[in-house]
Design a binder for this molecule. Structure first.
Ligand SMILES: C[S@@+](CC[C@H](N)C(=O)[O-])C[C@H]1O[C@@H](n2cnc3c(N)ncnc32)[C@H](O)[C@@H]1O
Length: 172
């Protein structure tokens, strides 16, 4: 992990604060109201989405590949959802059996992964038949430029307007 990766994790919540207030937080809330059953969130970052999971969620599992993010996420999980599991893993190589989850959540993640087709295959593999992918792609409005830049510096390309093609049957 680069020095910039550590800095990115350290400033992420502050950089995002304005964007969350400007509407991203509300979008997370309505998106995650759809999460139910056994839920996997990939690339969970500092755990912002922990605020929004509701009672329809039976189990909650997080993955995140970057150590500085994992440390922050671990603290948030202990504060807000101590029963949740956390594993360090990239979306391209998920350490789960086939058909393990009812819902997979990917917010602001898919454009940062190195191998997007492989990651999408993994998401499909771990989703149960009829399961749902809830995703939010890279934003394009107020306050988003700084974290797009940060994402580029951390994990390669994350161009404006990148959209992520969900696997067949996915929604969100
Ligand atoms: C812009 S942040 C979004 C964090 C969080 N999902 C959110 O909604 O605030 C992108 C996250 O994707 C993670 N990431 C980067 N490459 C990844 C990969 N190959 N698989 C899974 N997550 C990855 C980064 O470490 C970072 O935590």
């Amino acid at each position: 992990m680069s020095v910039w990766g550590r800095i990115f994790a350290g400033i992420y919540d502050r950089v995002m604060a304005k964007t969350e207030l400007a509407g991203l937080g509300a979008h997370r809330e309505s998106l995650l109201a759809e999460a139910s059953g056994d839920v996997l969130e990939i690339g969970a970052g500092t755990g912002t989405n922990l605020l929004y999971y509701g009672s329809a969620v039976r189990t909650l599992t997080f993955t995140e590949p970057e150590k500085p993010m994992v440390r922050r996420l671990q603290r948030r999980i202990l504060e807000r959802r101590p029963d949740a599991k956390l594993l360090r893993a990239p979306a391209e190589d998920l350490p789960f059996e086939d058909d393990s989850f009812d819902t997979v959540v990917a917010t602001l993640v898919l454009c940062t992964v190195d191998d997007q087709p492989r990651a999408l295959r993994e998401l499909r593999r771990v989703l149960r038949p009829g399961g749902r992918l809830l995703f939010r792609r890279t934003g394009t409005r107020t306050g988003s430029r700084s974290w797009r830049t940060a994402g580029r510096r951390t994990r390669g390309s994350c161009p404006r307007g990148t959209s992520s093609t969900p696997p067949p049957g996915a929604s969100g």
